[in-house]
Design a protein around this ligand. Structure first.
Ligand code: PLP
Length: 431
């Protein structure tokens, strides 16, 4: 595949942006080659600036559950654009999206729109601290919650540790308020609560961790978190920025039937435009300004154009069988990818709903520490082959893939063949 125009744009971009990109994972640091610059997308396909066509499983990192440039979504955006782009005053569109979400979700009573997943989580943490009057938070190794200071932390050595900041520029005082525990491990949480429960405002988890592989947790573990937090006056936050509207309209809370205290959303909620949200009971949300003392605001929050993309997208998601069809398609696709590949060779796929992850391991992986970094060489090898054969995925072995409603059976069969071949080649080459 020739990518001369991409290469030229990347050279220019490097003179303008750190690493040539506006978000680091786009920079192809974990795979060979340079970023592909995209010109346009339609349905399951994207085309790069050199005219190469790809079946896309990145789907803008999750938001595009209807695929690219869905006509219903586009028409709704265009109709809204005709009336202007932003007012900084309430519009009916905010009510419409809010109502669509709240009246179809048993786990929330009130919601607040923001502009990204990071902002949603940041606000949810402030709310948890404001509501409980406590300071510390607990997160899990292998969960990503956006780039707020207190959550850019990784575990030290030990079962539960104070976070080590995983980015420069974060005062130690901030990370000292964050505890980090391994996923799917009860003792770690019990220990943290024993030592710090009196000052622990919340436990935050991706109920379906999907930012560092797809580390599907035991439902009993999530139920345990619910129980122990409730018993100790600690709020449980489900960060559903990926899983919300993805594994079902009610996200992981609905799938597992677990009531968290605060939920955060992003990605799909904006239908491809920048929207995030946090939601909770009317009582807890009553703490938020202007009703309560926890301040949170946004010049462009509830932006009408973004709201209209969210409304059109979520209405499609609410149609009968939307999620079951998507899952059925995904399962068939996964079956085709792994056909003839022996698990004993060290490969399987972890999947839930329309999210999947290529796991270079023979065993189920539920913790960050179980991912073997050296196995990413397989992904690197595979990625090059896959990309050259017209399948686009997030350029890192730690990233998951997404199937959209726009992926046809033919698309999936074709992509599965490409992946199947590439995986076999990658595994064989290494042995
Ligand atoms: C993507 C993501 C975020 C961050 O959202 P942004 O919109 O990128 O700021 C937070 N939490 C989870 C679980 C995510 O997947």
């Amino acid at each position: 595949m020739r990518r001369e125009n991409s290469d030229k744009l990347y050279t220019k971009a490097k003179s303008l942006f750190p690493g040539g990109v506006n978000s680091p994972v786009r920079a192809f640091k974990s795979v060979k080659g340079d970023p592909v610059f995209i010109d346009r997308g339609n349905g399951s396909r994207i085309w790069d600036v050199d005219g190469n066509e790809y079946i896309d499983f990145c789907c803008s990192w999750g938001p595009l559950i209807l695929g690219h440039n869905n006509t219903v979504v586009r028409d709704h955006i265009v109709a809204t654009l005709d009336k202007g782009t932003s007012f900084g005053a309430p519009t009916a569109l905010e009510n419409e999206l809010g109502d669509l979400i709240v009246s179809n979700n048993r786990f929330i009573e009130k919601i607040r729109f923001v502009n990204s997943g990071t902002e949603a989580v940041m606000s949810a943490i402030r709310l948890a601290r404001g509501f409980t009057g406590k300071n510390k938070i607990l997160k899990f190794e292998g969960c990503y919650h956006g780039h707020m200071d207190a959550l850019l932390v990784s575990a030290g050595s030990g079962l539960v540790t104070l976070g080590n900041s995983s980015s420069a520029g974060i005062p130690e005082a901030y990370v000292n308020e964050t505890l980090v525990a391994p996923l799917n491990n009860r003792e770690a949480v019990e220990e943290a609560i024993k030592d710090h429960g009196h000052d622990l405002a919340c436990i935050i988890i991706e109920p379906i961790p999907a930012n560092n592989g797809l580390l599907i947790q035991d439902i009993e573990y999530l139920e345990f978190l619910r129980k122990i937090t409730k018993e100790n006056n600690i709020l449980l936050i489900f960060d559903e920025v990926i899983s919300g509207f993805r594994v079902g309209f009610e996200g992981a809370a609905g799938l597992y039937n677990i009531q968290p205290d605060i939920l955060t959303y992003g990605k799909i909620i904006g239908g491809g435009l920048p929207v995030g949200a946090y939601a909770s009971s009317a009582e807890i949300m009553g703490q938020i300004a202007p009703d309560g003392p926890v301040y949170q605001a946004g010049t462009l929050s509830g932006n009408p154009v973004a709201m209209s993309a969210g409304i059109a997208t979520l209405k499609e998601c609410l149609k009968p069988n939307f999620y079951s069809d998507l899952e059925k398609k995904t399962k068939k696709y996964i079956g085709q990818i792994v056909e003839g590949i022996d698990v004993e060779k060290g490969f399987h796929i972890q999947q839930i709903g329309s999210i999947y992850w290529l796991a270079f391991s023979s065993n189920r992986v539920t913790k960050a520490s179980e991912i073997e970094a050296e196995k990413m060489s397989f992904f690197k090898k595979l990625y090059e082959i896959v990309l050259d054969n017209g399948v686009y995925m997030g350029p890192s072995g730690y990233e998951v893939g997404f199937v959209s409603s726009a992926h046809s059976e033919e698309d999936l069969t074709k992509a599965a063949q490409v992946l199947n071949n590439a995986i076999m080649q990658a595994l064989d080459n290494e042995q």
